[in-house]
Design a protein around this ligand. Structure first.
Ligand SMILES: Cc1ncc(COP(=O)(O)O)c(C=O)c1O
Length: 389
């Protein structure tokens, strides 16, 4: 019997160790990880740089309140901002919290600068988190169901449909919020034309563009943040998941000129940006923003996608292989839960999202050899699946 709430469906499997891109279960069996704890463990397990930073920080105060200057917090903010554009950073503890901060920011911005505009346009099929406001912003019925009355002030548009979103940019709209690549929704990238023109349209009207980079950020798509690959600069964006290499963190990054909107007393977090977490995040950010590291991800991406095309493209139930960087999805025209279970039996960790999309988010440090190994397992799993049908 478990004493935990039944809100997750778990495999009866527990990992007790890990090294590089492998996890080890309680029987000593090794599993190749193509999921990274849902896009978190970007350097895999036991990375010496992060272990060293964590051990060093563990000897010092783990937590001090945000009443005081936290040097590592300041440094992470500086490293992020210097790689992007003049901005200010707020730290919290998760993706949903970062998006909550962004939603609150948009409300304040609307009050101060847009005659009380309060609405946020959000995409159908999006995912922004599990708090009440972020559930309300999420364009998936299964996530919203049962939580009425939802937080008001959100209106949906069709993802990648420029006419639809621009027709909704009315005077009561303060912001548009979207993921550059819909993650939970099935690895669906925004088109460059859509995101670029949306940026133009929102800028013209003084409406904020909020980019949710929680799954796409920190190198995952082959850029430090995915919006860079689109040639687009948001007014604010959110980051979490991989930002501290496996420790809980969230961040909202706001264009400098408007950052005063969230002034003293408007928002806060007890743990946000504490020394233990930001000491590790600092190592992550310094390593990931290096152009050599990012170029390597883009090269690995091409190889990974070509491997998948060769090994899986021929199956009649494989509909499309798509993605950016090491955020890759294989859309099937059948449900994929069974395939995930069978891959696990062969010691490969993958995931199924949006019912029919196999999702791969391997650690960014994965070698070409381990990609080949995982794709070979996938090929065997799909063959077996076809024979059984
Ligand atoms: C795009 C996006 N936004 C927000 C979240 C929520 O993040 P968290 O689970 O850290 O609250 C997720 C989590 O999967 C996500 O993928």
């Amino acid at each position: 019997m478990s004493y935990l709430l039944p809100n997750y469906k778990r495999f009866n499997l527990s990992f007790v160790d890990g090294e590089g891109v492998y996890l080890v279960d309680s029987k000593g069996e090794k599993y190749l990880d193509f999921l990274s704890g849902i896009g978190v463990n970007l350097f895999g397990y036991g990375h010496p740089l992060l272990v060293k930073a964590l051990k060093k920080a563990a000897e010092k105060p783990w937590h001090v309140s945000n009443y005081f200057v936290i040097k590592s917090q300041e440094e992470v903010a500086k490293e992020i901002v210097r790689a992007l554009f003049p901005a200010k950073v707020f730290f919290c503890n998760s993706g949903a919290e970062a998006n909550e901060a962004a939603i609150k920011f948009a409300r304040l911005y609307g009050k101060n600068f847009l005659d009380g505009a309060y609405k946020i346009l959000v995409a159908e099929n999006s995912f922004h988190g599990r708090t009440l406001a972020t559930v309300s912003a999420t364009g998936q019925e299964k996530v919203r169901k049962g939580f009425d009355p939802l937080c008001p002030g959100f209106e949906f548009f069709e993802f990648n449909n420029l006419d639809d979103v621009t027709s909704k940019l009315s005077d009561d709209v303060a912001a548009v919020m979207l993921e550059p690549v819909q993650g939970e929704g099935g690895i669906i990238p925004a088109t460059t034309e859509f995101l670029y023109n949306l940026r133009m349209a929102t800028r013209e009207k003084g409406i904020l563009l909020i980019v949710d980079e929680i799954q796409t950020g920190v190198g995952r798509t082959g850029d430090f943040y995915a919006f860079q690959g689109y040639g687009v600069q948001p007014d604010l964006f959110t980051s979490a998941k991989a930002l501290a290499g496996g420790l809980p963190i969230g961040a909202m990054i706001v264009r400098e000129e408007i950052s005063d909107v969230m002034g003293y007393g408007t928002h806060g977090s007890t743990f946000g940006g504490n020394p233990l977490i930001t000491s590790v995040a600092l190592e992550v950010v310094r390593k990931v923003k290096n152009p050599v590291f990012l170029k390597d991800i883009r090269e690995k991406s091409k190889y990974f996608i070509s491997l998948l095309q060769d090994a899986l493209g021929g199956f009649p139930f494989v509909h499309e292989i798509r993605g950016k960087g090491l955020m890759v999805g294989v859309e099937l025209n059948v449900e994929c839960g069974e395939i995930v279970k069978n891959a696990l039996k062969r010691k490969l960790i993958i995931n199924c999202t949006a019912g029919k999309v196999l999702r791969f988010l391997p650690p960014l440090i994965i070698s070409l050899g381990d990609m080949e190994k995982g794709v070979l397992i996938l090929n065997e799993v799909l063959k077996e699946f076809m024979e059984e049908k």
